[in-house]
Design a protein around this ligand. Structure first.
Ligand code: SAH
Length: 247
């Protein structure tokens, strides 16, 4: 049970598997006014940077679930490294349908909303783990400018309708019965940290694994990705983490 191997290759050196820098992740943690002992659930927790740094900086406790064995191992190592292994737990597994035994103060899915079939389904799943006055965190892309179908494809979306413009995305949370109580947005420089960091990882991986079954695919990606990213994703796609409280 794992994610497609290509992601474990291209993102093996990432601590944050989304277009946030460590500074933006810290800004979000501070913006939420987390109290020591607050319980956080993170579905699709990746390499655990959010839970580990918030445990260190704010004294939260939490659980992360992720389908990548590699990322989950990295998360456990990061918790040891930051001295928070007693506060955070990482589970390797499928987060689809995961509901925590104990209600949490913050239930998050940051850049993995397909886990429950999209934003609406993921919010409904997270809500099942949430205590009263709890906060849902959802990380999601949005269009910075309205694309054409061809541009949407260039952004690796199936269709324009995959994402909304920011005002429409915020309005959609309202329609679901939530107040948007905070948000922190990626910018083009923080997108670069996510996307451009893959390129050096791919290059080094290719040098170490020239005969691997995925070498051709990784080579093709490394060749085409910088220009594709600059033409499409960097210009057209925004990303943010939205904090929601039920009305
Ligand atoms: N929230 C993390 C990771 C975002 S990337 C961060 O911000 O760094 C998306 C993550 O979802 C990856 O770590 C991937 O392994 C994980 N994932 C994909 N499908 C999943 C599933 N069904 N259950 C749990 N995790 C999943």
């Amino acid at each position: 049970m794992d994610i497609p191997r290509i992601f474990n290759i291209t993102e093996s050196a990432h601590r944050i598997h989304n277009p946030f820098t460590p500074e933006k992740l810290a800004t979000l943690g501070a913006a939420l006014r987390l109290e020591a002992g607050a319980r956080v659930l993170d579905l699709g927790s990746g390499s655990g940077e959010m839970l580990c740094t918030w445990a260190r900086d704010h004294g939260i406790v939490g659980t992360g679930i992720d389908l990548s064995q590699l990322f989950t191992e990295q998360a456990k190592r990061r918790a040891e490294e930051l001295g928070v292994a007693g506060q955070v737990k990482f589970i390797h597994g499928d987060a689809a349908g995961y509901v925590s035994d104990k209600k949490v103060d913050v239930a998050a899915c940051v850049g993995a909303s397909w886990i429950a079939g999209g934003v609406t389904g993921t919010i409904a799943l997270l809500a099942q783990s949430l205590g009263p006055a709890g906060i849902i965190l959802i990380g999601e892309p949005f269009w910075r400018q309205l694309p054409t179908e061809a541009i949407a494809k260039g952004c690796l979306a199936n269709d324009i309708s995959d994402f909304l413009m920011l005002p429409a995305l915020l309005a959609s949370f309202r329609t679901l019965g939530y107040d948007v109580v905070e948000m922190v947005l990626a910018d083009q420089d923080s997108w670069d940290r996510y996307e451009a960091a893959k390129w050096l990882t791919m290059r080094r991986w290719l040098e170490a694994n020239p005969d691997d079954a995925l070498a051709k695919e990784v080579r093709a990606q490394l060749t085409s990705e910088p220009a594709r990213y600059a033409a499409y994703t960097r210009e057209y796609l925004g990303w943010g983490v939205f904090a929601l409280m039920a009305r």
